[in-house]
Design a protein around this ligand. Sequence first.
Ligand SMILES: O=C(O)CCC(=O)C(=O)O
Ligand SMILES: [Fe+2]
Length: 333
Amino acid sequence: MSQTLIPHIDLTPLLADDPARDETRQAIVDAACGSGFMTVGIAPSQLDLPDDIHARLLRFFELDTAAKRRLARHKFEPANRNVYRGYFPPQNQDPTWKEGIDLGPDVAHPERADTQSGDPLRESTPQPTESELSGWSADVATYYEAMESLGGVIAGALAEGLGMSRETLTRPFAHGNSTLRLIHYPERPAETLAAMPAVDGSGDARRWMVGVPHCDNGFITLLWQDQVGGLQVRTPSGDWEEVPPREHALVVNFGRLLSDWSGGRIQATEHRIVGGTRSRHSIPFFFEPAVDAHIEAPDTAGDGGYIYGDRLWERMQAFVEFQGLERAPAADT
Ligand SMILES: O=C(O)CCC(=O)C(=O)O
Ligand SMILES: [Fe+2]
């Protein structure tokens, strides 16, 4: 299968406001409206981040089980109050096999945590203490802010490329409620693999499903993956094409709410993760509007639009990790 379905685009002209920026913007729009997936070339230093920033964030997985459990969501640790943010352990539930932590905007903007409304979408993020992981919270804050600003650049480029003002698409992200997720797909026990069909490769190169096929829900996903590989994208013919790991690059794809917003022009493309025999890490950043942002799709002006958090919550119920959660009515802000 040709790799051209997932183009690689150097972001430098866009960030530097170089004359080639129009071409870069068009390439982003073409990819968004084509396969819905691209890799973008961007070095951490271009976002004022240290080169080893991803390794620093992944120190989270060095915490012992008890420390991670203290940060676990209510579903996994009933004594804890947090339901939307926090740690999720591997669940030996066929076929997903991953652990991770979901970090909200308060990690970079403490004032965005809202403990009054009881709305899980706005709850504060449980974090390890400074003595458990020294310097980690500061790295998380720096990375979160860098991804927010990159998300803004890409959203602005998409808006302009689709013929609308930058503000149409960037305004809902002021006071946004993005999620930074750190993921570890551990090696899966051999006896579990023996009991499951491999979905890719043959012989020693066989790989199993570790992340089920899905479309992202929200707006724009900015994903770092390590060099192990295993992220695959559904092609129009129904095959799976691998997104090759690259140094100094992020994978960019789009969620269903942005696809709807664009009247179906931007594609929310299905993807899955295969592996099982090698530990793998990835760091998606789900760039999302404010919980109370009023989203008005450009082509349907006048139909009233919707409140982002309400629509997100509805859509989240399709994801097994969020089923059965109650959402107290949000304060009317
Ligand atoms: O691990 C990956 O490469 C992708 C993860 C993903 O698709 C997701 O968390 O939505
Ligand atoms: Fe995804």
